[in-house]
Design a protein. Structure first.
Ligand code: UDX
Length: 427
């Protein structure tokens, strides 16, 4: 059976993975982006982001994937236009919708096309967009909210195996067409109104971020009381009402979604006159969590002036080169401000990190970064770093302190190498 062709506007993380995923399911996919260099690279088979498996799928599906800076081919071939453009935060904490609105402006009047919003947008955006379309004489264009839940580093797997597909529309052909598009994935479809679909996305991310800040606070109390947060999370997680995922204490959450979406939801509530107290605390806990490592280092090293600190990993999480809101940014800046000499190693994020972390010396290997270091901090739990040979690390280091910022190391293996282990919320 032939599958409906789709247009994908915006070839960032979500757009590119979604395009590759639908191509794999058998659709012709017409990708559009305003960035000419990016489109030229994609046409040449070059993938601008590090995402496991993506390059291979794009190569396999190259006959079905079409890239253009022009909206024309997508409009000609596809009825569903999936919008996956960026919605970064503004200074006020609101989402910047200029890219979404530029897409709206660029569309012609049509009763055979639908805008399918994959970008994370504030609740009410669907209403605003439909009002705009009507004002521009394009009210026949259908609108569907279909938020995306994929995670970086496991984006293709998340596309192929979604927990649910949320489809918000106000009746008409487009919602059913989107449901049909996703049907082969076999996930439960949540059919609802546009505003509720928009809220599902923001509330889900805010809830997961809350879970992380919660376990980070438990970890901080564990440090004062002698309990081990890893054991505590294991014991809590087996309660089916709690669940074990997103209970991993560490240096706080980063990335392109959680920090932005928590702020956006708090801001959205505030704009409508409601003070969302809980989310204020979630953000504050997360900010403090990145900085607590400095106190841990000072506890062992005294002052940090002239001390050499090795940051192992700088990406906001493993399997990505994304540096957006990475905990390493705040941590390295704090360390430099305390007078430390900061060395760093990351298997893929170095290029992006370099310009964001002035004053930090990058090394080509973990052992080079560790050479002469007074302390090492595991910032990103890359398998390569978790599996480091700690005897060799101990030989390379000048001091003996290892701060495991992700509770990902085997404390026994670190201690067996003669090093001092400090986790987050561990005795
Ligand atoms: C997140 C959502 O999970 C995804 O559904 C949404 O579409 C986009 O935002 P992502 O940002 O790619 O995905 O990564 P995720 O794996 O969720 O991790 C986010 C951050 O939380 C990372 O910095 C990670 O280190 C941190 N984290 C995650 C914890 O500190 N503890 C945990 O238990 C889980």
């Amino acid at each position: 059976m032939s599958r409906a062709p789709v247009g994908v506007i915006g070839t960032g993380y979500v757009g590119l993975v979604t395009a590759a995923g639908f191509a794999e399911l058998g659709s012709e996919v017409w990708c559009v982006d305003v960035d000419e260099a990016k489109i030229a690279a994609l046409r040449a088979g070059q993938i601008p982001i590090h995402e496991p498996g993506l390059e291979e799928v794009v190569a396999e599906q190259r006959d079905r994937l079409h890239f253009s800076t022009d909206l024309g081919p997508a409009l000609e071939h596809a009825r569903l236009l999936l919008v996956a453009v960026g919605t970064p935060p503004t200074y006020s904490g609101d989402a910047d919708l200029s890219a979404v609105l530029a897409v709206v402006d660029s569309l012609p009047a049509s009763d055979r096309h639908a805008l399918v919003m994959k970008s994370t947008v504030p609740v009410g955006t669907g209403t605003t967009v439909r009002r705009l379309l009507a004002d521009q004489g394009k009210g026949e264009l259908a609108y569907v909210s279909c938020p995306e839940f994929l995670r970086e580093g496991s984006a293709l797997r998340d596309f192929r195996h979604p927990d649910r597909v949320v489809i918000g529309d106000d009746g008409g052909w487009a919602g059913d067409a989107v449901a049909e598009l996703y049907a082969p994935l076999g996930a439960p479809a949540i059919r609802t109104d546009v505003s509720s679909a928009e809220m599902v996305k923001l509330a889900s991310n805010a809830f997961l971020a809350t879970k992380i800040s919660f376990i980070n606070e438990i970890a901080n109390v564990c440090e004062e009381t002698g309990a081990d947060v890893v054991e505590v999370a294991r014991g809590m997680g087996l309660d089916g009402r709690i669940g074990s995922s997103f209970l991993h204490a560490g240096l706080g959450f980063g990335g392109s979604c959680f920090p932005k979406d928590v702020s956006a939801l708090k801001q959205l509530a505030g704009n409508s006159g409601y003070h969302f107290q809980l989310l204020g605390a979630v953000i504050e806990v997360n900010e403090l969590q990145k900085r607590r490592v400095v106190a841990k280092l000072e506890k062992h090293l005294g002052h940090l002036v002239g001390r050499r600190i090795a940051l192992l990993g700088v990406a906001f999480k493993p399997d990505t080169d994304d540096m957006r809101e990475a905990s390493s940014l705040v941590l390295s800046a704090r360390l430099l401000a305390e007078g430390a000499r900061v060395h760093a190693y990351d298997p893929v994020a170095e290029e992006r990190a370099r310009e964001l972390m002035p004053g930090v010396e990058f090394s080509q290997t973990a052992l080079d970064a560790l050479a002469g270091a007074d302390a090492a901090v595991l910032v990103t739990e890359w398998p390569e770093l978790v599996g480091l040979d700690w005897s060799r690390a101990a030989e390379a280091m000048g001091g003996s302190l290892v701060v495991d910022g992700r509770n990902a190391l085997d404390p026994g293996a670190v201690r067996a190498a003669g090093l001092t282990y400090e986790g987050i919320g561990r005795p």
